[in-house]
Design a protein around this ligand. Structure first.
Ligand SMILES: NC(=O)c1ccc[n+]([C@@H]2O[C@H](COP(=O)([O-])OP(=O)(O)OC[C@H]3O[C@@H](n4cnc5c(N)ncnc54)[C@H](O)[C@@H]3O)[C@@H](O)[C@H]2O)c1
Length: 477
């Protein structure tokens, strides 16, 4: 496997971009057959290289659970491609729209058209899924696409570049290099749409750069996603599901439950149950192949700092395994860690954790939990556990988040018919399934005048015609 991504110099990137723009402006939009062919080739990029992708991603992480790459990357992509392939004909069909009364008889249609050239900037945490899932929507909508992978996943980036180039013309779908100067220049290219998945901090920079070109952006950002445990919840069940949601990809998941709010009297019992579930799922051996490493030493040290800060400020640290085993660090695996009785002043409650560290906080009432969530940035995801439907509906009505899974974690993300996207600081816009097709299309309203309608009545000389029409409309409204 070639570990170093072949570099695409900045000048060459700009030339490729210009060539894509030219073709998108001078050639007819790709028809259904051409788009289905592109989706089939994208599927083949994944299917023909699955094992190589697993290994490349694992090399980037130090160790990435092969099963987790399957569950969260390749399976997701197959499901999205299958859905788009089946639905594309109906998505592409012009939609009939009712005509406003006074313009009858006439026809309205909403016609989807490709925007042109779409840019995708992706993070390292699910590098295959987060580069290609937006590309599925963009290609289905008939666009040309350029992908900029993360510099923290160089093995993956090199492999993606090679395998995409083997199946796509450079003016259909292109993967850039990962040099710093490419990242910065990329967001300044006048794309017809730009998708950025990554941190809120870099998202601001990307939105600023895109704004200078009036390039519309979809920002898929991060943040602190809460899990609320209602008094009516089955603690054992909630503990199992939260342990899984948190430890998948060792917590390096944008929608991982970042912290848990638990009724005060259940705090200790719940934390113990999560610890037991973590131990049951991932054991105590750092060499466990199911448990993924932290992406870099810098990220590892940041997590150590968060735990040390919480301990120093008086939180109780609970771990399913002995954390002083040097093999944790030598495998760059972070021992799963619960921070019991975390408080808002701790660093772990002030930044997105993005690792297998779970603060558990006591709440006095459901209203207290809702107020805690609402005092912070709007999260990317929210999880609610319990059996009391009225309490559930109250929490759903009173909080705003990118998405919600009730009585589990993560799964709203994997629904092909639902939009995926954040709100406020956790993002803007959405994709997946038809939502992606629409994001990457210009939905063009077209009004077809009929020879029978009396629109000429609106033209001058006005005389008393408009006054009569206004009277009629007032009467009918
Ligand atoms: N909402 C989602 O769907 C989603 C999914 C995965 C990850 N995330 C978030 O991503 C973050 C982790 O990923 P990360 O560490 O790779 O994020 P990051 O913001 O550091 O980097 C993301 C991408 O932006 C590029 N980049 C960096 N500086 C840039 C600049 N000035 N201009 C243009 N591009 C630039 C990077 O090279 C990388 O490709 C977390 O906050 C996580 O929550 C969100």
């Amino acid at each position: 496997m070639d570990g170093s991504p072949t570099s695409l110099p900045l000048g060459a990137l700009k030339d490729c971009f210009q060539a894509m723009v030219l073709r998108s402006r001078t050639e007819p939009a790709p028809d259904l057959a051409a788009r289905l062919d592109r989706l089939a080739r994208l599927r083949a990029v994944v299917a023909d290289n699955e094992e190589r992708f697993r290994q490349a991603i694992s090399a980037d992480f130090g160790h990435r659970s092969a099963v987790e790459t399957t569950i969260a990357e390749t399976m997701m992509l197959y499901s999205e491609i299958r859905h788009a392939t089946k639905q594309l004909k109906s998505w592409m069909a012009p939609q009939r729209i009712a005509t406003t009364l006074q313009f009858l008889p006439a026809r309205n249609r909403l016609i989807p058209q490709p925007l042109g050239v779409v840019g995708i900037i992706a993070p390292w945490n699910y590098p295959l899924q987060l580069t290609l899932a937006p590309a599925i929507g963009a290609l289905a909508a008939g666009n040309r696409v350029i992908i900029k992978p993360s510099e923290l996943a160089p093995h993956f980036a090199g492999l993606l570049k090679e395998t995409v180039a083997a199946r796509f013309d450079a003016t259909e779908l292109l993967v850039t290099g990962i040099e710093d100067q490419i990242a910065k220049a990329f967001a300044s290219l006048p794309f017809d749409h730009l998708v950025f998945t990554g941190s809120t901090r870099v998202g601001r920079l990307v939105a600023e750069a895109a704004g200078r070109n009036l390039t519309p952006v979809t920002l898929e950002l991060g943040g602190k996603s809460p899990a609320i445990i209602d008094a009516s919840a089955d603690l054992e069940e909630a503990a199992e599901r939260i342990a899984y949601g948190k430890l998948l990809n060792a917590g390096q998941t944008c929608i991982a439950p970042d912290y848990v709010l638990v009724p005060e009297r259940a705090l200790q019992a719940f934390a113990e149950k999560v610890r037991a579930q973590m131990r049951r799922m991932f054991g105590t051996d750092p060499a466990n192949k199911d448990y993924t490493s932290i992406i870099s030493d810098r990220h590892y040290a940041r997590l150590e700092g968060l735990v040390a800060d919480a301990a120093q400020r008086g939180a109780k640290i609970l771990q399913p395994a002995k954390a002083d085993d040097p093999n944790w660090k030598s495998h760059r695996k972070f021992p799963p860690t619960l921070i019991v009785g975390a408080t808002a002043d701790m660093a772990v409650m002030q930044e997105e954790i993005f690792g297998p560290v779970l603060p558990v906080l006591g709440t006095r009432s459901p209203a207290d939990a809702i107020a805690f969530v609402n005092a912070r940035d709007r999260p990317l995801a929210l999880y609610w556990f319990g059996k009391d439907n009225a309490a559930r509906d109250e929490a759903l009505a009173r909080t705003i988040s990118g998405g919600v899974t009730v009585n589990d974690c993560l799964f709203h993300f994997a629904q092909a018919n639902q939009p995926m996207g954040g709100v406020g600081a956790s993002g803007t816009g959405a994709y997946h399934g038809e939502w992606g097709f629409r994001t990457f299309s210009k939905l063009k309203p077209v009004f077809y005048r009929s020879k029978f309608n009396r629109l000429a009545d609106l033209y001058p000389p006005y005389g008393g015609k408009i006054a009569r029409l206004e009277k009629l409309m007032r009467f009918m409204s």
